[in-house]
Design a protein around this ligand. Structure first.
Ligand code: KIV
Length: 260
C-alpha cells in the first residue's frame, strides 16, 4: 500500500517510521522492497554521489533529476525531496514554483525544507497550496558555511526551548512531520512530546517517532560516516572485490568466456 502523509501521521505513537535516502531508481527499489516508509531524495546526493564537499552546491535541476529517477521506481514508500540551499529564503512565488517542480517534474509526494520558525509563514502558504512539507530542524546542514562546521544542537536549555518553539511554529504552519538532525536526545524527546506530528531523528537519540540514515552510511560506502550512523554492510569492500575480479578477468582473457 502506498504511503501518504496520512499513513505517516497515523504511525505516531503506534509504529516507528523507517526512512532511507535514495538518489536513483535502483537503490529506491531496494529501499522500497526492504519496507522503508519514506524514501528521502536528500540533498546529501551532493556529498555521497555528486562529489561535492557539502550540500550547499546542490541545484534545483539536480534535485529534480534525482527525484524523477527515484519516482520512476514507483515505490510504495512516500517520496520526499529536499529543497536545495537558499531556495526557502527567495520570494514565496519562487519557493512555490521550486516546490511545484519537485512535485510535478520530480514526482515527489512531499518536500523537506530546512529552517526554523522564521519560515513558518511561507510553509503555511505552501501547505495551503497543497504542497506536503516536512520541516527540518536542529542541525541544518545547509547552514554549514555560516556555522563554520557541523555541531550538535539543543544541549543548553535556551537552545532546547528555541527548537521546541520552532517545532510548534512549523506544526501550526501545517508540516506533516519534522526531521530533527543532531539534536541532544533530551531535546528531540521534548520536541516529540510537544508536537502531534511524527518526528524523524538522525543522530538525535532513540525517542523520535522514526529514524533516517543516509543509504551510503548504511551500506558502508562512505569513507568517514558520522559517529551516530550504523553500518549494516561493507559494500565498498564487496564492490572493490567484484570490480577487481572483472578487471583481472578481462586482462587475462577469462572474460568473456567462449560460451557467452
Ligand atoms: O539530505 C539528507 O540526506 C538529509 C539527512 C538528514 C537524512 O537531509
Amino acid at each position: 500500500m502506498k504511503n501518504t502523509t496520512r499513513t505517516i501521521l497515523n504511525k505516531k505513537g503506534v509504529e516507528k517510521i523507517a526512512m532511507i535516502t535514495a538518489y536513483d531508481a535502483m537503490f529506491a527499489s531496494l529501499a522500497d522492497a526492504a519496507g522503508a516508509d519514506i524514501i528521502l531524495v536528500g540533498d546529501s546526493v551532493g556529498n555521497t554521489v555528486l562529489g561535492y564537499s557539502s550540500t550547499v552546491p546542490v541545484t534545483m535541476g539536480e534535485m529534480v533529476h534525482h527525484t524523477a529517477a527515484v519516482s520512476r521506481a514507483k515505490p510504495n514508500a512516500l517520496i520526499l525531496a529536499d529543497l536545495p540551499f537558499g531556495r526557502a529564503h527567495y520570494s514565496f512565488d519562487s519557493l512555490l514554483s521550486d516546490c511545484s517542480r519537485l512535485v510535478q517534474e520530480g514526482g515527489a509526494d512531499a518536500v523537506k525544507i530546512e529552517g526554523d520558525a522564521g519560515i513558518a509563514e511561507k510553509i503555511s502558504g505552501l501547505t495551503k497550496a497543497g504542497i506536503a512539507v516536512m520541516g527540518h530542524i536542529g542541525l541544518e546542514p545547509q547552514q554549514v558555511l555560516k556555522l563554520g562546521g557541523y555541531r550538535r544542537f539543543g544541549k543548553s536549555a535556551t537552545e532546547r526551548d528555541k527548537i521546541v518553539a520552532d517545532a510548534k511554529a512549523l506544526e501550526s504552519a501545517g508540516v506533516f512531520a519534522l526531521l530533527i538532525e543532531m539534536a541532544d536526545a533530551d531535546c528531540a524527546k521534548a520536541v516529540t512530546e510537544a508536537v502531534s506530528v511524527p518526528t524523524i531523528g538522525i543522530g538525535s537519540g532513540a525517542e523520535c517517532d522514526g529514524q533516517v540514515l543516509v543509504c551510503a552510511d548504511i551500506l558502508g560506502l562512505t569513507a568517514n560516516p558520522p559517529r551516530f550512523a550504523k553500518r549494516y554492510a561493507n559494500l565498498s569492500e564487496e564492490i572493490l572485490k567484484a570490480y577487481s575480479a572483472y578487471v583481472a578477468d578481462v586482462r587475462s582473457g577469462r572474460f568473456p568466456n567462449t560460451d557467452l
